[in-house]
Design a binder for this molecule. Structure first.
Ligand SMILES: Nc1ncnc2c1ncn2[C@@H]1O[C@H](COP(=O)(O)OP(=O)(O)OP(=O)(O)O)[C@@H](O)[C@H]1O
Length: 235
């Protein structure tokens, strides 16, 4: 690997309380993902895939090991610094699109931009709003939603289109790392395949270090690397 990894996990162990013992969900997992690289992680239910994403997203702190995002070690950070890093550097795509029912596709992106700008202390004047609209339109166009669809609300879009909005929203902050959890679980095979194709394309175009978790091995053809999770171990 030439470029420095945008996401780096070193010997990460994560346990959950399990009665009076601990269940090991991640067992000394190491993973480096370069900018512009799509890594797929396959594995059966309960093998630790969601736990891997939660640790990479800095939503859960590992018991042991090191997680670095965009070259920054997250272990030593305050909770506030970690939240800021997550907001600025990490895009997350969950299984369900979780779009707000009353907002159009374009407004879904503007809403997160507004929150992000507010957290940075940026006031959005008319010019700021116009620029944000143009950016949202461009991102939605790049995931294949034309002008008419960009003005639709979630219930007026197909499952695949909703997932495209979800991906565009995750990209809207210009993240270094894109974490994607079973994005095709609500889609049929063909639509699922197209979403994975799209993820491969945005990974190249935006230079994100992308980790895609799935239990469906048939969808892995587009990945640069395919790893397997079993009993908390990554191979
Ligand atoms: N909050 C929790 N508390 C206790 N155990 C948990 C918790 N979350 C997950 N686990 C356990 O940790 C292990 C790994 O779970 P994880 O959700 O990471 O697997 P997964 O591969 O994502 O599964 P799936 O494909 O079904 O979503 C499983 O044995 C699970 O039961």
């Amino acid at each position: 690997m030439n470029a420095a990894p945008a996401l780096s996990l070193k010997s990460v162990t994560l346990t959950y309380p399990d009665g009076d013992r601990r269940l090991t969900a991640l067992d000394a997992v190491s993973l480096d993902v370069a900018p512009g690289e799509l890594v797929a992680v396959a594995g059966p239910s309960g093998s630790g895939k969601s736990s891997l994403l939660a640790v990479a997203a800095t939503l859960l702190r590992p018991d042991e090991g090191r997680v670095a995002v965009a070259g920054q070690d997250t272990g030593a950070m305050s909770a506030r610094a970690r939240t800021a890093l997550r907001r600025e550097r990490i895009g997350i795509v969950f299984q369900q699109a979780n779009l707000l029912p009353s907002l159009t596709a374009e407004e879904q992106l503007l809403a997160v931009e507004h929150v992000r700008g507010g957290a940075r202390g940026v006031r959005s004047g008319v010019r700021g709003v116009r620029a944000a609209r143009a950016r949202a339109a461009e991102l939605l166009e790049s995931v294949g939603l034309d002008a008419a669809k960009r003005r639709r609300r979630p219930h007026q879009l197909s499952g695949g289109e909703r997932q495209r909005v979800n991906i565009a929203r995750a990209l809207s902050g210009g993240p270094s790392v894109l974490l994607v959890d079973e994005p095709t679980s609500a889609l049929d095979h063909e639509r699922g395949e197209r979403v994975v194709e799209l993820l491969a394309a945005v990974t190249r175009a935006h230079g994100t270090a992308t980790v895609l978790v799935t239990h469906d091995r048939a969808l892995l053809g587009r990945a640069d690397r395919v790893l397997t999770m079993a009993d908390g171990r990554l191979r």
